[in-house]
Design a protein around this ligand. Structure first.
Ligand SMILES: CC(C)(COP(=O)(O)OP(=O)(O)OC[C@H]1O[C@@H](n2cnc3c(N)ncnc32)[C@H](O)[C@@H]1OP(=O)(O)O)[C@@H](O)C(=O)NCCC(=O)NCCS
Length: 178
């Protein structure tokens, strides 16, 4: 299976074993981990290794999953973005996390648009795509707005957080970004 998504500045490909260390380094940053861990702080390398293994397994079980995002100009691994729906999730999500050294360049929205196009293409009957975002996560809300998602009245309880569900309906999204 060769899946590649090219955007203007980025290349997306399925998360792979060789990305493990770069992913752990990104997630050891407390600013990245703030709403992505059960404690609100960085997790141990042990837990992050197991988390990464589950991300690879998600591709095997679901046939889709996180994409590694690479900067075309340098080849640098800058983060993970893409479709994600482990057991018990409230819908097919597009998520995003970018290593802090690469924040603020619009990489998350650029990659998310590529990943959502791919996801809608893979699933012609998918009515909407969601993102689960903590109320305090202003950076992620900014990404959701840029890629045409709107906050719904729905929430998803995860660990001790009540996450807001943001969503984009298929037809409207494809009319704008497809
Ligand atoms: C959310 C995240 C993926 C955004 O990635 P990004 O590539 O920086 O996205 P953007 O460049 O579009 O920036 C989004 C917002 O982040 C803020 N931001 C940008 N650069 C920043 C920086 N260096 N420091 C702090 N905040 C910054 C800005 O408010 C920006 O919105 P604006 O462009 O309207 O001003 C990134 O902040 C991240 O990985 N956060 C930690 C993981 C996370 O929370 N993931 C989402 C879980 S729901």
């Amino acid at each position: 299976m060769t899946i590649r998504i090219d955007t203007e500045r980025l290349r997306l490909r399925p998360l792979a074993p060789e990305d493990c260390e770069a992913h752990i380094q990104m997630m050891l940053d407390p600013a990245v981990a703030a709403t992505l861990s059960p404690t609100g702080g960085a997790q141990s390398r042990h837990d992050l290794w197991r988390q990464f293994a589950s991300y690879l397994g998600h591709w095997d079980i679901r046939g889709y999953g996180w994409f590694s995002v690479e900067e075309k100009a340098t080849g640098a691994w800058v983060g993970r973005v893409g479709p994600w729906m482990p057991e018990g999730w409230p819908g097919l999500e597009c998520g995003w996390s970018i290593a802090r050294s690469h924040w603020g360049q619009g990489y998350a929205p650029e990659a998310a648009v590529g990943a959502i196009k791919w996801t809608f293409d893979q699933f012609p009957d998918l009515p909407r795509i969601i993102s689960c975002i903590a109320p305090a996560n202003a950076n992620s809300q900014a990404v959701a707005k840029k890629i045409g998602e709107q906050k719904t009245a729905e929430t998803f309880e995860l660990w001790d957080m009540s996450l807001d569900i943001w969503a984009a309906d298929r037809a409207a999204w494809l009319a704008r970004f497809g």
